[in-house]
Ligand binder design. Structure first.
Ligand code: NAD
Length: 355
């Protein structure tokens, strides 16, 4: 074991976490524990029924629901939701869904000071972070602030049984990307690294089972546990090249969030593996070099492997590599625009990385 030579800072984990099966039944208890009187339940249109049923379950502790959460957290939706939230008289928000719904809850909480309970039903990992990405007039801005972080997170494995097969895989790889970047983060610390390695072991054990048996509760629990750990890592340390590239492609070319992460991850891990030994634990977990091991794992899980499948052209790669080197950000391996262009080419072709 080697500790960082300059010591480290552990930021603390300020969110209360309830994890298990049938934990949805405990939402009312958690609303009261926060000292709140009435909750406003949020979801996407797709999960309206779930939100309404939760509002019914909460009875007098519910002030209503709003089911218009959308991808990329558009500010105009948040403003409409805040109007309904204020009219309802609620004093806290409960977000049930994936990253889009949790993003809406964060947008309301940071503007109104309301407490938040997040109930994630995907593995994207927004729930444990103080990060909010929003879009206004086609522009995406991302910020970090303590008022954005949910007070309580309830993980209920039963809610993940309905997650479609494809999203199960891409959302898991989206989560693993947070764990991988946490290992070589400029502010990495031994506790978050432990959590990240534990998360990858959980995904390695659980995800292949879900391909054959999507309803397997034990495997679903392992994967959700991994998602919690990775979300914690995302909320505790700084992300690097992988996230920059994923946001460049998502922001400028509108590629789908989880799929973009899934395809890029083996290539960014491979690129950085030659410059840091922080990724060494991946050898044991995935059975090959970090890039090749993650690529094999993704392929066996049935993940998309090539950026060309997302409708990107080779000319798009030229523009993406230009955008990606405009601003400075941390990364264990220095890079030029040509390096990024070569990395994107390999991801576009879906090649198995070497390192
Ligand atoms: P999403 O929330 O947009 O969900 C996609 C669809 O799947 C929605 O229709 C949703 O209702 C549905 N869904 C979710 N869980 C389901 C389930 N169990 N069963 C059936 N359907 C289900 O997608 P996502 O991948 O969860 O989140 C992506 C968004 O989250 C992106 O906008 C991303 O930027 C954001 N995000 C933010 C952070 C952060 O820290 N701020 C972290 C990770 C992701």
């Amino acid at each position: 074991m080697k500790l960082p030579a300059d010591g480290f800072t552990f930021p603390g984990i300020g969110t209360r976490v309830v994890f298990g099966s049938q934990t949805l039944a405990r939402v009312g208890e958690e609303v009261e524990r926060l000292g709140n009187k009435q909750a406003f339940v949020l979801s996407t249109p797709h999960q309206t029924e779930q939100a309404q049923s939760l509002a019914t379950q909460l009875g007098a502790l519910s002030a209503g629901s709003f089911s218009e959460a959308a991808m990329h957290t558009p500010v105009e939706v948040t403003e409409r939701a805040i109007e309904s939230f204020r009219r309802s008289g609620a004093d806290c928000v409960v977000s049930i869904g994936g990253g889009s719904t949790i993003g809406l809850g964060k947008g309301i909480a940071t503007r109104t000071g309301a407490n938040q309970i997040a109930i994630p039903t995907s593995y994207a990992g927004s729930e444990m972070t103080d990060i909010l990405g929003e879009t206004k007039d086609g522009l995406k801005t991302t910020r970090r602030d303590a008022s954005i972080r949910p007070e309580t997170v309830i993980y209920d494995v039963d809610l993940t049984l309905t997650l479609p097969a494809e999203m199960t895989v891409t959302s898991s790889l989206n989560a693993i990307a947070h764990g991988v970047e946490a290992l070589y983060a400029p502010d990495a610390n031994p506790v978050i690294s432990l959590m990240s390695v534990e998360a990858m072991k959980a995904f390695k054990a659980g995800l292949p089972v879900l391909r054959e048996a999507p309803q397997d509760r034990e495997a679903r629990s392992l994967v959700l546990y991994g998602a919690w750990l990775c979300s914690t890592a995302l909320g505790a340390v700084t992300m690097s090249l992988h996230h920059k590239l994923a946001h460049t492609l998502g922001g400028s070319f509108n590629t789908p969030h989880a799929e973009t992460h899934a395809i890029l991850l083996p290539h960014t891990a491979s690129f950085n593996a030659v410059a840091t030994d922080a990724l060494a634990p991946l050898h044991d977990i995935f059975g090959a070099t970090p890039g090749a091991g993650l690529w094999d794992f993704a392929r066996e899980a049935g993940a998309p492997l090539a950026l060309s499948d997302l409708g990107l052209s080779e000319a798009d790669l030229d523009r993406a590599s230009e955008i990606a080197v405009k601003n400075k950000y941390s990364n264990p391996r220095p890079f030029s625009q040509d390096d990024i262009r070569a990395l994107l080419q390999a991801a576009w072709e879906g090649r198995r990385p070497e390192h």
